[in-house]
Design a protein around this ligand. Sequence first.
Ligand code: PMV
Length: 326
Amino acid sequence: MTAATARAYPNIALVKYWGKQDAALNLPATGSLSLTLDVFPTTTTVELVDGPEDAFELNGGVATGTPAARVVAFLDLVRERAGSTARARVTSVNAGPTGAGLASSASGFAALAAAASAAYGLPLDAPSLSRLARRGSGSAARSILPGVSVWHAGDDESSYAEPVASPELAMVVATVDGGPKAVSSREAMNRTAATSPYYDGWVTSTRATLDEMVAAAERGDYTRMGELTELSALRMHASIQACDPPVRYLAPASVALFDRVAALRSEGVEAYATADAGPNVVALCRPQDRDAVADALRGSGLAGEVTVAGSGPGVEVTDGRAGAAS
Ligand code: PMV
C-alpha cells in the first residue's frame, strides 16, 4: 500500500473563468489568469487501502454528499489512468479560518491531484497535473503553478495552466458576511451560459481581456493589470446578474468595498477590486502597499476578516511513498 501527501494554495483570478465549453471534461469557454496565494493552503493525504470504498475526511470530519461524490469521481479518473482498482482514504485539511473567502476547491483539487497521482504511482509533470486538477474543479488547474499563471482554453490535451512573467503582486482578502451561497458557482455558470443575454459578450470580450492582460503582465504594466482585473470581475458579475432567474453574488457591502478601493486610488494607493462567486472582495495591490490597503479595508467597517497575501508556491508533494499501484 502506498500513500502521499501534497500541499496546494488557493488562487484568485485577475481574468475570470466563467462558463464551460465542455462540462464533462471541464474545458473552459475562455482562458483565465490568476495569482496563486501564500495563505490558507490545503494539505491532503491519499492512502491506498484494502477496503471496498473510498473514505473522505475534511477538516477532521467525515465528508458525505456532493463533496464526497466529487472526490470519488476524481479518484475514479486517477484509478482509470493508473490501471488500479484500489480504494483510498483521503484526509484533507484547509488551513486558516473556514469561510475566509478563498477558493478552497482550487487548492483542494490541486492538492488531491498531486497526492492521488503520487499515491497511485502516476508520474505527472506540471502540465499533466494541471490537466488532471482541472477535472476536479476548473480553477484548480491554476493552483498547480506558483504566482501568476494563465490557464488555456482548448481541448483536453491543451487546456492546462502555464507560468506568466509578471510584476510582483499582493492581495488583500476582505470577507463580507453573506451567509451560505444561494447558488453554487457550477449551477450559476450553467445558468449564465444558458440564459444570460450577455454571455456571448462575456466570452468574446474575455478573450481580448486575457490577451491584453498577458501582454500587460509581460511588460510589467501593473496599472493596466489592475484596470483589467476590475473590468473582468464586473463584466463577469454583470453577465451573472442577467441570468433567468437572476443570481446576484455581490452584497451591498461588496459594492461599497469596490468604492472604497476606488477611493484608495484617488488617495494615491493603487489598488483594484475583484470578487468571485460570492460577496467577498479581494483587493489587488503592489506588495509595498499591502498593509496600507489592509488598514483601509479594516477601517472601512465593511469587512469581517481582512487577510493579507502575497505570491504563493505551486503544488508540492511533501511526503510520498509512491510505488506501483495495487
Ligand atoms: O473552479 P470553479 O468551478 O469553482 O469556478 C471558479 C469561478 C470563479 O472563481 C468565479 C472565477 C475563477 O476564475 O476562479
